[in-house]
Design a protein. Structure first.
Length: 549
């Protein structure tokens, strides 16, 4: 969520005035005075102020406010269960509670610190009264209150990225989509209008993927450690990236190495979040490898600090020609690492983007990184990718120029076929697979009475089965055999024993059970399923017609 740090912003609740001072970007020039006559809904931890006049632009229904109240308390309970201390109450109108103001605002939903200059402070949540307010928005803003209560970083990106991560985690990532990855080549600490044209990018929210990778690798409590360290060391220095570096050092790694690994995870779509699993970053540059032996085009890619850029390597000429035979080839790549960031050990990675492929680190020697990979000249092949990281936290280490060169060697004696990307990851509902044999669904065609000729004693059944299985037949206590079924229609035939025919032929002395044909259906492994019964009846054979003289 875009959280504006207010510039001389005045929020009025009746006769109550809250003044917020300017500290950093992004800023809003002012917020409209909160209308008089507002109603307040109290919960255990919040006082929610809203307008009940249907003619007012600030109007919101009590039902919607009830939802907001529930979402806020749900998030509050969750974060305290994670071990976060309760945030200090803002006490604007109801002692011991945090305030939520709902009105027709021009800005996105956000939490505003009571004292933007303090290391620790309370805060107030400001919401629009539109229907877009949901649990995610509340969870983000409530987490900001918890952050304010521990430590308020000067670097807004850390606060926003962590709050967005917490909001996604609070709802088990059910709403995360590809668009929530944001611009893949933004600097990790980018906040403001230069970060994108939508509030989501401007606020630094896409940094939640960095927090998610930190959480996946070292546990979700690692995020809280960042704020605990900030509370211990205070501000305005060091920069927030230093707190990340300190936490990573305690885990036995460096910021540089961790950022290289994060870049690789983004390169392969390797985050554990189902909704975005397998989603690759947007390539900022495309390079056509061509279809004949020779050098590939020299390409320059500038990368700023705490960022990465991705290059698509295409299996075709710049002008695509799908006709004719394509061939196996070898692609040798050379990447010149910018001298300005060589000291932070950036490692470029290659990813073939094919089934079973894994990211491969380029071999770094001095200022060059190299790799040689199998290739083909098939225009329909999926693009491969290069990740070019800049792990530097130096805010002046920008525009670092990577240079990509390479040579394509085509083997025209070896025809090839297009290489396709991995199958998309299924992100729908999970259904537990059976742990035992499954008995197929069965349908027995025909009448309830099975008529058997005394001439051949043949029983014939047409049985539909939904899958492979078995049919076990019996007449009374006599087992008539077990027959294999395949998926589809089955023509099952067997003879009645003479003993059964004799019982059916003598009504006075026959066994009633012998006239019942029992059909038991089994799985391929013998697991018993449904049973179907039919009545057996004898019929005399039709006499042959006499030939005329």
């Amino acid at each position: 969520m875009f959280r504006a740090r207010l510039s001389a912003a005045v929020v009025v609740l009746g006769a109550l005035t809250v003044l917020a001072l300017t500290v950093t970007v992004p800023r809003a020039s002012a917020i409209e005075p909160f209308p008089t006559g507002a109603k307040t809904m109290l919960t255990a931890h919040f006082a929610i102020h809203y307008v009940t006049d249907p003619t007012s632009a600030d109007y919101i229904s009590q039902q919607h406010v009830t939802d907001i109240a529930g979402w806020a308390e749900r998030a509050y309970a969750l974060y305290t269960s994670w071990g976060y201390p309760a945030p200090p109450p803002s006490n604007l109108s109801s002692p011991g509670r945090d305030d939520i103001l709902i009105l027709n605002r021009l800005y996105d939903d956000n939490a505003v610190p009571t004292d933007p200059l303090a290391n620790t402070t309370s805060g107030t949540i400001l919401l629009t009264n539109g229907s877009t307010v949901g649990f995610h928005e509340l969870a983000h803003s409530v987490f900001s209150l918890f952050q304010f209560g521990i430590w308020q970083p000067t670097d807004l990106w850390l606060e926003q990225a962590a709050a967005e991560w917490a909001a996604f985690r609070a709802e088990n990532f059910t709403t995360a989509v590809k668009a929530d990855l944001g611009a893949s080549d933004n600097t990790g600490d980018c906040v403001g209008g230069d970060c994108g044209t939508v509030p989501y990018d401007e606020a630094g929210d896409p940094g939640w993927t960095f927090m998610e990778y930190l959480s996946e690798r070292y546990g979700p409590d690692t995020i809280r450690q960042l704020f605990n360290d900030g509370a211990t060391l205070g501000q305005p220095s060091p920069a927030a990236t230093q707190y990340v570096s300190d936490v990573l050092a305690a885990k036995g790694t460096t910021f540089n190495q961790f950022f290289n690994d994060y870049t690789v995870t983004r390169l392969t779509g390797g985050l554990a979040v189902d909704a975005i699993k397998g989603v690759l970053p947007v390539a900022q540059v495309s390079v056509s490898a061509g279809s004949v032996t020779g050098p590939i085009p020299t390409t320059h890619v500038a990368v700023s600090h705490f960022a990465a850029r991705y290059v698509a390597l295409q299996h075709r000429d710049a002008i695509v020609n799908d006709t004719g035979t394509c061939y196996a080839a070898t692609l040798a790549l050379n990447v010149t690492i910018p001298a300005g960031i060589a000291g932070v050990n950036p490692v470029p990675y290659y990813y073939a983007n094919t089934t079973g492929a894994a990211a491969q680190a380029l071999s770094v020697s001095g200022g060059n990184a190299t790799i040689t990979v199998p290739w083909n000249t098939c225009a329909a092949s999926s693009d491969a990718y290069l990740a070019l990281p800049n792990p530097s936290t130096d805010v002046a280490a920008n525009g670092e120029d990577y240079v990509i060169n390479g040579t394509l060697t085509v083997d025209t004696s070896t025809p090839s076929a297009a290489t396709l990307p991995p199958d998309p990851v299924y992100t729908g509902p999970t259904v537990a697979a059976p742990t035992t044999d499954v008995v197929p669904s069965i349908l027995v065609y025909g009448a309830q009475i099975v008529r058997v000729s005394t001439a051949d004693r043949l029983v014939r059944l047409i049985v539909f089965s939904s899958g492979d299985g078995q049919l076990q037949a019996s007449a009374g206590t006599v087992n008539l055999g077990t027959y294999q079924l395949r998926a589809g229609n089955n023509d099952v035939r067997f003879k009645l024993p003479q003993s059964i025919v004799n019982q059916l032929r003598k009504p006075a002395g026959r066994s009633v059970s012998a006239s019942v044909l029992t059909l038991k259906f089994l799985s391929p492994g013998g697991v018993a399923g449904p049973t179907v019964s039919r009545k057996l009846a004898l019929v005399k054979p039709t006499p042959a017609k006499k030939k005329k003289d």
